[in-house]
Write a protein that binds this ligand. Structure first.
Ligand code: AMP
Length: 212
């Protein structure tokens, strides 16, 4: 099964992905994570990626498509995966359709006021990458991961000015994908401002439906 996760920055794509990979036999392919890893390790194209990401700009389609295609080549075509943060433009969706079929596109619908708090409050464990939020799901001890006891960090692009730019770009470039996948009868909308448990339940039911 191939799932696309669509949603604004802060809509909970990473959190849903954590649940899916912990409970189902899926691989998580997040373009944001792939790019951040390349930047940390100074891997292929890291300077270009750094340039776009720190400003909250979208990485050009050609480069993103090339990186995604090479990542997908690491897996058997039968492998189930979640594409998180890709595609983000119609051009990327068109490219994706030339390399694989997808079973559904889950759209996480979250009000903008909630998105802003989720992004400014987001903290990530520097070791296990668990995601916290200082407003909604804080760690037991300020700034420290409950599991690893490691320091929590904030993404550089979760800065208020950059957040504005990312939300604006999401509206302009990514929202058209909602209609794009709806027209292909692949869209499943989940209201994302609910408890984690209730969202996870909906996702589990969806995966069970497709697995029959
Ligand atoms: P994310 O972790 O998904 O919020 O992505 C972080 C940043 O990586 C975005 O703000 C973009 O700069 C870049 N990025 C991630 N995925 C894509 C994509 N599919 N197309 C263009 N840029 C992307």
């Amino acid at each position: 099964m191939k799932i696309i996760l669509l949603g604004a920055p802060g809509s909970g794509k990473g959190t849903i992905s954590e649940h899916i990979i912990a409970n189902h036999n899926f691989i998580h392919l997040s373009t944001g994570n792939i790019f951040r890893k390349r930047m940390d390790e100074k891997g292929l194209y890291w300077e270009e990626l750094n340039n776009y990401m720190l400003k909250g700009k979208l990485v050009p389609d050609d480069l993103v498509n090339k990186i995604v295609k090479s990542e997908l080549l690491n897996y058997s075509p039968k492998q189930s995966y979640i594409l998180d943060g890709y595609p983000r433009t119609i051009e990327q969706a068109e490219f994706l359709s030339t390399i694989t079929d997808v079973d559904c596109a889950i759209y996480l619908d979250v009000p903008e006021t909630v998105l802003e708090k989720r992004l400014t409050g987001r903290r990530i464990c520097t070791q296990c990458k668990k995601i916290y939020n200082v407003y909604f799901s804080p760690p037991k001890n300020d700034g420290i991961c409950d599991i690893e006891n490691a320091v929590l960090s904030q993404r550089k692009d979760d800065d208020p000015t950059v957040i504005k730019e990312r939300l604006q770009l999401y509206k302009e470039s990514t929202m058209p994908l909602i209609d794009y996948y709806a027209n292909k009868n692949l869209l499943v909308t989940i209201f994302g401002d609910k408890s984690k448990e209730s969202i996870n339940k909906e996702v589990d039911e969806l995966i069970a439906k497709f697995s029959k």
